[in-house]
Design a protein around this ligand. Structure first.
Ligand code: RP5
Length: 174
């Protein structure tokens, strides 16, 4: 696919359900993206080839999710000079703390912008924010998104005031 602006990579298809959160954000903002399963360990050559081709094709941001010994975002950042956003995937044995520390503790000189465990939505939004720095239309969409988000929260507080805690919780649980 040509003109991919953001690539979304993950170490395994078992990460896909979480990673969909980032893809949904990119699609909602109309950002051309490509989604692939590529591992730093199991397919290291294909990962390298893909990143090299992304540089040649002008991809602006790579979002990478991985769990456990989560080296994928860091390995990508070693090759890709533009922003890499890392998503630590919640692992079975250590609840994703292993993933988080593997991704966030990069050596000085090769950063990975790391979001919270399973925080794919924030990774997508961070990519939108990065792209917005040079795209007024996208910046406007981002402001609209934030404005809607604010309204939703304020509506909730009004509803809570009207209904009270007990009734509000009952409705929430339905
Ligand atoms: C990592 O190992 C993947 O990112 C995934 O989160 C984890 C487990 O992979 P599978 O065994 O489910 O393929 O490389």
């Amino acid at each position: 696919m040509k003109n991919v602006i953001v690539s979304v990579l993950m170490g395994s298809d078992s990460d896909l359900e979480v990673m969909k959160g980032a893809v949904d954000v990119l699609n909602n903002f109309g950002i051309k993206n490509e989604v692939l399963v590529l591992s730093a360990h199991r397919t290291f050559e294909a990962t390298r080839e893909y990143v090299m081709s992304s540089i040649a094709r002008g991809t602006k941001v790579i979002i990478a999710g991985a769990g456990g010994s989560a080296h994928l975002p860091g390995v990508i950042a070693a090759m890709f000079p533009l922003p890499v956003i890392g998503i630590p995937i919640k692992s079975k044995s250590l609840e994703g703390l292993d993933s988080l520390l593997s991704i966030v503790q990069m050596p000085p000189g090769i950063p990975v912008a790391t979001v919270g465990i399973n925080s794919a939505k924030n990774a997508g939004l961070l990519a939108v924010q990065i792209l917005s720095t040079s795209n007024k239309e996208l910046e406007k969409k981002l402001n609209d998104f934030r404005s809607k988000q604010k309204d939703t929260v304020l509506e909730k507080t009004e509803k809570l005031k009207t209904l009270g805690v007990e009734k509000y919780l009952k409705i929430l649980k339905k």
